[in-house]
Ligand binder design. Sequence first.
Ligand code: GTP
Ligand code: MG
Length: 241
Amino acid sequence: KDRLQSIALERVSFAYTPGEPVLREVSFTAQQGQTVALVGPTGAGKTSVLNLLQRFYDPDSGRIRINGVDLRHWDIRRLRGMTALVTQEPVLFSATLRENIFARPDQADEATVTRILQAAHCEALVQRLPLGLDTHLEKGGASLSSGERQLITIARALARDAQLILLDEATSYIDSQTEAVIHKALHNLIAGRTCVLVAHRLSTARSADRILVLHQGRVAEAGDHRQLMERRGLYWRLHRQ
Ligand code: GTP
Ligand code: MG
């Protein structure tokens, strides 16, 4: 199994439409186990960074490296095997909850299933459903709340034991109780793993090893929470809004 040691963006620029750059010379590194949080206004380019890390697109200039190797030289299946995406709008399969979480349900023993459901705070959801884990989710989980769908994708990422977590925090309104539960589940997911996190709530970014404030595709500021607050720049102003 591939071990992830580091990821690095080196002066990455990118445009969906030629002449309209959405990322301009973005650089950052994350060592194994570290969390990098991306914050900034809507349209700043946060999700675009995650798109490039998944190789949905390649940079126009600059390099993305994993373990020092250019992302374009990575086998796409190895990359996907290492990476788990937790998105704003999770897509679930029209299959049982169990199949949605475990790629090979027959190979997940009971202790593992229990551990993952606990860590992802999915137990209440499982109890609520008529057939528990074997409940068939209709229409991609349309009957579940977006918070519940997000917990399921967290469980899925835990089940795969992915080493690189790409996380796009939900922008949609969720009640504070659900938010607290998701926060705890995410904490369990991120612990010990390398994570690039798009944070819409500043509280999520707070404990990151490194915070990047993106503004119009550029890294306007970078540092940890304390450093950025002391700087009294953009990040500090975002807190006062
Ligand atoms: P929020 O999620 O709203 O907080 O913004 P973000 O920081 O994630 O911005 P994102 O990276 O999604 O977008 C950056 C810019 O690229 C914006 O001007 C978008 O309109 C544009 N953009 C995003 N996705 C696409 C795409 O698939 N095609 C094109 N042409 N433009 C895109
Ligand atoms: Mg986004």
